[in-house]
Design a protein around this ligand. Structure first.
Ligand SMILES: NC(=O)c1ccc[n+]([C@@H]2O[C@H](COP(=O)([O-])OP(=O)(O)OC[C@H]3O[C@@H](n4cnc5c(N)ncnc54)[C@H](OP(=O)(O)O)[C@@H]3O)[C@@H](O)[C@H]2O)c1
Length: 377
């Protein structure tokens, strides 16, 4: 197979979305343990924004092609895939590209009937949700679960997985009331919680109060107004910040608080540059605010965990990338659940990548943000 020319989005130095440039480069023939994939859709993840801004520990700070997941068509055979197979896959950065050479260990056949957009939306968020729910929390039927950012990509996949576990009660929390209708339409809570055949019994969606102390009061009102509820057995926390302690307080004894994101610390518009002196006054203010929030981030005393009989756990899927067997086992579980295709909320062309990332960074999205790559042949 010949070397080809491909298009990539690339950042020479991390620090600002405006550092991203589109360029053409040569892609060598795939190595013996790789197959080539023509990429049709790319799924955006929060980590992409963090990596471009230079705030993501796992990402290189220079010469980065961001991107963690994609869907496309196999162009060279290998690892059980043949030319023309529709696949979805993950990479440890580098997915913002028109073509990829990838190890087939990280590829899967796309489920029948799914579009490229849906396939590119599935892996990272579903693996995140199932790792938290099954592997870390080992959630049992009948549990109560609080899901933060329930209308986001991970949140929606978590709800789909929780639906499949019998009698799980859910409180889905979102940052804005605009997202509630979508959730209530997509996951209508049971009308009669006493009906033994009803689905989604004791499911509720609420909009998060604006500050940590207000959220604490909101949680305590919520629990006291539901006589059968003592608190939550599992908290899926991707927001953290000043909301962390109120969530921890709302957890039942023997509960698990799984933290996998810190969206409340995410700068909604900030572009960082290498030197503080080069920042505009507005960005300097935002950088100081970010620094303050970071300095004030929640802390927990391990001795208190014993006294409270509660567990706090954290993870980042990126560190599991080398554990192909574990990921493959989790993927098998997802396949057995036979989940519906993910909700694609926002679509952009490959050339519109900066606009897509800016929208994603705003925190106003519902469902997945997807990039489509057009090819001449
Ligand atoms: N550890 C891991 O391996 C892993 C893997 C994938 C994702 N994650 C994390 O999981 C979270 C959800 O990821 P996702 O890919 O599914 O994204 P997403 O949910 O589509 O979007 C993130 C959500 O975060 C909330 N948010 C709160 N404050 C925000 C702010 N200042 N700026 C932007 N968003 C804000 C928004 O929802 P509400 O305002 O409605 O809450 C937004 O919809 C992110 O924090 C991400 O870093 C972690």
């Amino acid at each position: 197979m010949a070397t080809i020319t491909r298009r990539v989005w690339f950042t020479p130095t991390a620090g600002a979305l405006s550092n991203l440039v589109i360029k053409e480069e040569q892609l060598s023939p795939p190595a013996a343990d790789e197959v080539r994939v023509k990429v049709h859709s790319i799924g955006l993840n929060f980590a992409d924004v963090f990596s471009v801004l230079g705030l993501y520990e796992a990402a290189p700070k220079t010469n980065l092609v961001p991107g963690l997941e994609f869907a496309g068509v196999v162009e060279t055979p290998g690892g059980g895939f043949k030319v023309g197979d529709r696949v979805l896959g993950t990479v440890r950065f580098g997915a913002y590209a028109s073509h990829l050479n990838v190890n087939p260990l990280y590829l899967r056949h796309s489920p029948n009937g799914w579009s490229f957009e849906e396939a590119a939306s599935f892996l990272i968020q579903s693996l995140t949700a199932i790792y938290a729910i099954r592997e870390l929390a080992a959630l049992k039927p009948g549990s109560t679960v609080l899901v933060q950012s329930a209308a986001g990509g991970v949140g929606l996949q978590a709800l789909r997985i929780l639906e499949a576990i019998p009698n799980v009660s859910v409180l889905g929390v979102v940052g804005s009331p605009n997202k509630l209708k979508f959730l209530n339409d997509t996951f209508p809570p049971a009308k009669n919680n006493d009906d033994p055949n009803a689905k989604r019994k004791n499911w509720r969606f609420i909009s998060r109060a604006a500050t940590g102390p207000e959220f604490e009061a909101q949680m305590s009102d919520y629990i006291s107004s539901h006589p059968t509820l003592t608190g939550f057995d599992l908290i899926l926390d991707s927001v953290a910040g000043s909301y962390f302690h109120p969530m921890y307080a709302a957890m039942n004894s023997a509960g698990r608080h799984v933290i996998f994101g810190a969206a409340s610390l995410a700068p909604a518009t900030l572009d960082l540059t290498p030197r503080l002196s080069a920042l505009s006054p507005v960005n300097l203010f935002r950088a100081i605010k970010l620094g303050y929030k970071y300095a004030m981030r929640p802390r927990i005393d391990p001795m208190k965990l014993m006294g409270d009989n509660k567990a706090v756990m954290g993870f980042n899927l990126i560190w599991l990338y080398d554990k192909a067997e574990l990921l493959s086992g989790l993927y098998g579980e997802l396949e057995r659940l036979n989940l519906k295709p993910p909700h694609v909320g926002h679509r952009f062309d490959f050339e519109e990548m900066p606009a897509a990332l800016a929208l994603f960074q705003s925190g106003t999205t519902v469902g997945k943000v997807v990039i489509n790559v057009k090819h001449d042949n």
